[in-house]
Ligand binder design. Sequence first.
Ligand code: BG6
Length: 513
Amino acid sequence: MLGEIGIIFATTKLIRESTMELKEDTTIVVLGASGDLAKKKTFPALFGLYRNKFLPKDIHIIGYARTKMDHEEYLRRVKQYIKTPTKDVEEQLEDFCKCCSYISGQYDQDEPFQNLNKHIEEFEQGRKAGNRIFYMALPPSVFIPVSQHLRKNCYPNNGIARVIIEKPFGKDLQSSRELQRALEPDWKEEEIFRIDHYLGKEMVKNLLILRFGNEFLGATWNRNHIDSVQITFKEPFGTEGRGGYFDEFGIIRDVMQNHLLQVLTLLAMERPISFSSEDIRDEKVRVLRGIPAIEPKNVIIGQYGKSLDGTKPAYKEDDTVPKDSRCPTFCAMVAYIRNERWDGVPFILKAGKALNEQKTEIRIQFKDVTSGIFKDIPRNELVIRIQPNESVYLKMNSKLPGLSMQTVVTELDLTYRRRFSDLKIPEAYESLVLDALKGDHSNFVRDDELDASWRIFTPILHYLDEKKEIVPMEYPYGSRGPAVLDDFTASFGYKFSDAAGYQWNTASNKAAL
Ligand code: BG6
């Protein structure tokens, strides 16, 4: 009996700690501090929070990496990607740098981690507690040894520990489980914050509000009214400089199994009982479990070749990419959800590098209006633009003003830059680091969620890896993707209404942006 009470007390303490906001007595350690991710994302986000006074008071930020460098060189790297448009910001950056220090060491030995521990302890002198956040901006190869050494040598004796980790979380279901098993003995799920930075994006965070805070959307959000859902990720540049990493992963692992699936999940999940992190994540897992593995017949893959004018290189021209690489840099695939709400509705995911534009958006196409009084009237579409230029617009039919009864496609348009012109949209990483400080797990990936997502993708990934005869279709750098793309989406019922001359981003709209 006593034992049971002990367990209850321990669990309650853990829940309290895991949701406790860290407002003071905190050190953040960035592991992999000399790498690209830390320089481009982590430090700018930390500085953004610092400037806006969201970091705990007396914060100290320690960079740790293998590269030997002195303090000056470290600060030069920290500042490299931080913009300082005004004198004020420049001064704030100088102040921020006073909270930063660096220590170099290997990732697989006790001694350097013991040094790191001593270094952290120096800043904890005189504090009531010593809370520690370990931000692992590390390549997958050193991920396990670092997490083990941190637990063994740097775990706080008198404070809360949190560890923020970055993808890739494995390459398939098996490797993801292995990684999870390696973490389990050392870190409790409550202490782990797995980042999918799409969950920190403003419009992605808006999805639950749009869906559940608007009765008219909630009422039509199902198979009776929605014909298809498309989630599109396009980048106008290739893998320049990252070919070595990318070739091992490909576009499906790089952005579809994580970022696009997260968006799908938020679009399709049922209403959570509350906005608490576990209620939200329970619903996410439930909908993921209703998605059968992607079938090969519902997938097309592509790889970019040279641009039509010959100025941009083909994927295989990257020196770090094998000349016979079959790695997909483009993919379109269809997922179905076997539940009452979504049965039969195709969720079309499209992602590609080296395409004609930069855009991530959701396109929800409603069913045809019943025929009778109208002939060929276009379908309604709700478009949610995640980036760039966050916006939500609903394409709808209206009477063309004038004496005739002609119809025209127009839109209800919520373009953020116009509607919220005086508000700043935070960077995804700022929002997520702040959530980790607050102990809010809502926008982080839970272990069972990760498992459920790999289960959907692993069979198709293995199929594509193993079937050597499947070669991605080549598309020119800077194009819309493989030529068959439009036929592919049309075969799942998508009607391309822009063909009727409609364009959302008209000249006047663009001028306002
Ligand atoms: C990363 C991928 O997770 O997301 C990159 O590894 C991709 O390949 C990036 O470019 C896209 O993120 P964002 O925020 O620029 O859309």
